[in-house]
Design a protein around this ligand. Structure first.
Ligand SMILES: [Zn+2]
Ligand SMILES: [Zn+2]
Length: 232
């Protein structure tokens, strides 16, 4: 029976639906140590993800890695090709990796409402960056941090998931929850493919938050009215 259904050589084959794209890139591949620009030699024995060139570099990264290793080590499998790995920085607990579903095969925007993770009913925005300044290293992708639009003014509490890593000098400036997504660069929305985040991103995220709070007026630079912030 199967043979009779085969198109003859002269028949034009019916157009086939396009296969779904695999939208999430694999975790950013790098042969570099998390803490310096030497090639890595070992991986964290628990999550098998963080890469280091030496025990000294592993020790240096521990302040960041200890906050994300347990979550990464216990990740469930990817639910579908439409999911990519994002990092939730909750306002009142530890960082946690989450599988985010996307609305389009080639666009990093998610079907899951970022407000759920940010913890607000009001408008959210993103700020993006693409490098780890202390090592003069381009990440090879962009990171977008979702945040409440007016977290300095809306009564949001200081973000506990990054408070210790940021230190008392600037931690009070980052309030509310955050959701961090990775995406490939590109000027057009449909070129911004999701990229899985791995454990190597924690130090760059903290550096970006620290730098932004220390060397810019968080309120002014991002268009918020930063005046009148409690404790300033
Ligand atoms: Zn190193
Ligand atoms: Zn680990």
């Amino acid at each position: 029976m199967a043979d009779t259904n085969k198109p003859s050589a002269s028949e034009k084959p019916a157009p086939q639906p396009k296969p779904p794209n695999i939208i999430a890139s694999p975790p950013p591949t790098s042969n570099l140590c998390t803490s310096c620009n030497n090639p890595f030699k070992t991986r964290c024995s628990r999550c098998h993800n963080a890469r280091y060139c030496s025990p000294a570099c592993q020790k240096k990264d521990w302040q960041y890695h200890k906050t994300v290793c347990p979550s990464y080590a216990s990740l469930p499998p990817r639910p579908s090709p439409k999911h990519s790995l994002a990092l939730h920085l909750p306002v009142d607990s530890c960082p946690a990796y989450i599988w985010l579903e996307h609305e389009s095969p080639i666009y990093y925007h998610t079907t899951q409402n970022p407000k759920t993770y940010v913890g607000t009913n009001h408008m959210c925005r993103t700020i993006s960056f693409d490098r780890y300044r202390p090592l003069h290293r381009l990440l090879g992708f962009n990171m977008a941090i979702w945040h409440a639009d007016a977290f300095l003014l809306d009564g949001s509490a200081v973000n506990e998931s990054v408070r210790e890593m940021l230190g008392p000098e600037v931690a009070h400036r980052w309030r509310g929850g955050f959701l961090v997504q990775g995406f490939d660069g590109g000027c057009y929305d449909d070129e911004q493919k999701p990229v899985d985040l791995d454990t190597m991103v924690m130090a760059p995220i903290v550096d970006f938050l620290r730098f932004t709070a220390k060397y810019h007026d968080v309120g002014y630079d991002f268009g918020w009215d930063g005046m009148g912030v409690a404790g300033e």
